[in-house]
Ligand binder design. Sequence first.
Ligand code: PLP
Length: 359
Amino acid sequence: MEHEPLLMIPGPVPVPQRVRAAMTQQAINHRGPEFGAAYADTVRILKTLFGTENELYIISGSGTAGMEAGVANFARDRSIVSLVNGKFGDRFAKIGERYGSSVTVLESDWGTPLDLEGLERELEAGAEVVTMVHNETSAGIKNPAPEVGKLARKHDALFIMDGVTSIGGDDVQMDRWGVDIAVVGSQKCLAAPAGLAAIAVGERAWDRIAEKRPFYQDMAAYRKSGSKAAMETPYTPAVPLFLALHEACKMIEEEGVPARIARHRRMADAVRAAAKGWGVDLFPELDAHHAYSNTATAMRIPDGVTDQALRGTVKKFGIEIAGGQDHLKGKIFRIGTMGSVGAQEILATAAAVQYALQK
Ligand code: PLP
């Protein structure tokens, strides 16, 4: 019997049938009321996940496009401090360098706490922008957004936050935490197909928008098109993906945001409990003051098992889990519990991993 693949990686994640169906409807005019209403309603629901009343726009492109839009529009040629404790923190630094910003990288080992003392020093010395990844998917940890937001505000710096794998799966309070720009990707906790990013931008950031901006991802152009009576995007958007994301957001609203976050917590806790049962160490082992990711769990590959054998055996059951990235390749494996994942998927994955580890 043919089974659908079960993606238990940290995105893309399985897309519910209702959401897939929304993508297959006949083309609609992207400069018309039907599209405008779907866009506006998607924005309304996304704002509840971002914890914001700021303006929010949707960009055709993956999460990285959203990160790049944030840096290229609001941090170009400025001094940036990039907090790095994993792959995606480093990506922000690379984008900043590409746009001519002077980037100070405060690097901690992957999965270890961020250097907040260093951040305060850099802010005192006049840094204008802070970048941070809320949920560092490469290391399975959550970074302290409220503390970073407080420091950034104290020193009047902009705070750009990657919420690509936290928004929709963990509590995010953009406005309360003092985040000026936040980004999410459609294929992660929102359980929509890959290909869209949403970016929310606060007033402090609009006040400092760069004069020299990218053409395709010009946020001032997004603002102008978005302010029309029927919301639009500056250029033709990926309409089928917008319609799918709208359906995914309706499902999120039906579930309720607190219930959804609690479900993500239960699923991540279940994977960590299973790891204990398998005798596998979490990566990293955190003390009570630091937080594990609510949406992806990283674990060390035990001695005597190879990454290839572990993931290869699990895949024979139609289930895909993720390996480590960059220098953690072959050392850790990761299980994503994002989007629509529930107990049934966790049970199947746990059984397959246990079998693979005992083999
Ligand atoms: N930020 C984080 C935290 C991620 O986990 C990812 C992808 O895994 C990205 C950014 C990049 O997103 P994309 O691959 O959608 O460009």
